[in-house]
Design a protein around this ligand. Structure first.
Ligand code: MN
Length: 266
């Protein structure tokens, strides 16, 4: 079995299938890890989800676009300018798409490869045990019957400073923002959510400049930040290379770390 980690597909189904051909992915034999933002902004969201849901060995984490889609599908938000979710929202299988996505976590740890898979990043103030516990707090909300109050409250940029004493919806919103939207961070616990490029705003640094000491041997695989163009550092692999913006879709083969890319096709 070979494990391939793939960045933000965002409904770019043609490129996704071309990339799978390029890496000689074999369903039933190989494993796919997908770093979130499976859908939105690209053209073929239905085909993308149907294919992913059909794979035997697949590990998904949720991104901000996936969460946004769940909220829209449950009538709690509207499509934003540039969203392309109508193919899913008007599809007869809408309920099964939403049910499947709601089962997916925000962070996954794999002990065979000592890797963390996350959409945006892992802030430096949390050790691995805390990361998995906090991810589970949000996962428990999403899988609960009463997930609407969380989905309605997850939007927004505040609070921006973490405290163990935060409770309720503000706590869940900040945890979700760290794992699914973060780019810039100020140690020990402040998130910055307005800058999308690669240059840090004053006082902040890219989140991965502050790795928790418990992560020294752990590899973090993440997506979300297309402007980094697939950054590679020891124990850090950025997988989002902006396919939906006309650049590339990227896969990394775990084990030897080899990189494969598919150029955007249209
Ligand atoms: Mn994202």
């Amino acid at each position: 079995m070979t494990v391939f980690a793939i960045g933000d597909i965002q409904g770019c189904y043609k490129e996704f299938r071309s990339l799978l051909k390029k890496i000689k992915y074999s369903s039933g034999k190989d494993s796919l890890w997908i770093a979130g933002d499976l859908i939105n902004r690209g053209p073929n969201n239905v085909e993308t989800l149907q294919f992913l849901m059909d794979q035997n060995d697949i590990q998904i984490v949720l991104g901000n676009h996936d969460l946004h889609f769940i909220a829209i599908a449950r009538g709690l938000a509207n499509q934003h300018k540039g969203d392309t979710l109508s193919d899913l929202l008007e599809h007869a299988e809408l309920d099964s798409f939403v049910t499947w996505l709601r089962q997916q976590p925000l962070v996954r740890h794999n002990s065979d490869y000592d890797t963390l898979l996350v959409h945006a990043g892992i802030p430096g103030m949390w050790d691995r045990t805390e990361v998995l516990a906090l991810s589970k707090e949000v996962h428990d909300q999403l899988t609960a019957e009463s997930c609407n109050s969380f989905l309605q409250a997850m939007y927004g940029n505040s609070p921006s400073v973490w405290s163990k004493d935060l409770t309720g919806l503000p706590r869940l919103r900040l945890i979700t923002n760290f794992f699914t939207r973060m780019r810039f961070y100020r140690h020990p616990g402040e998130i910055e959510l307005t800058h999308k490029q690669s240059l840090a705003p004053s006082g902040f640094k890219p989140w991965f400049d502050y790795l928790n000491p418990s992560m020294q041997k752990t590899t973090i695989l993440f997506g979300h930040w297309a402007a980094l163009m697939g950054i590679r550092q020891p124990n850090l692999i950025g997988l989002d290379t902006g396919c939906v913006y006309g650049r590339h879709l990227t896969a990394v083969r775990l084990g030897d770390g080899r990189l494969f890319q598919q150029q955007a096709q249209s």
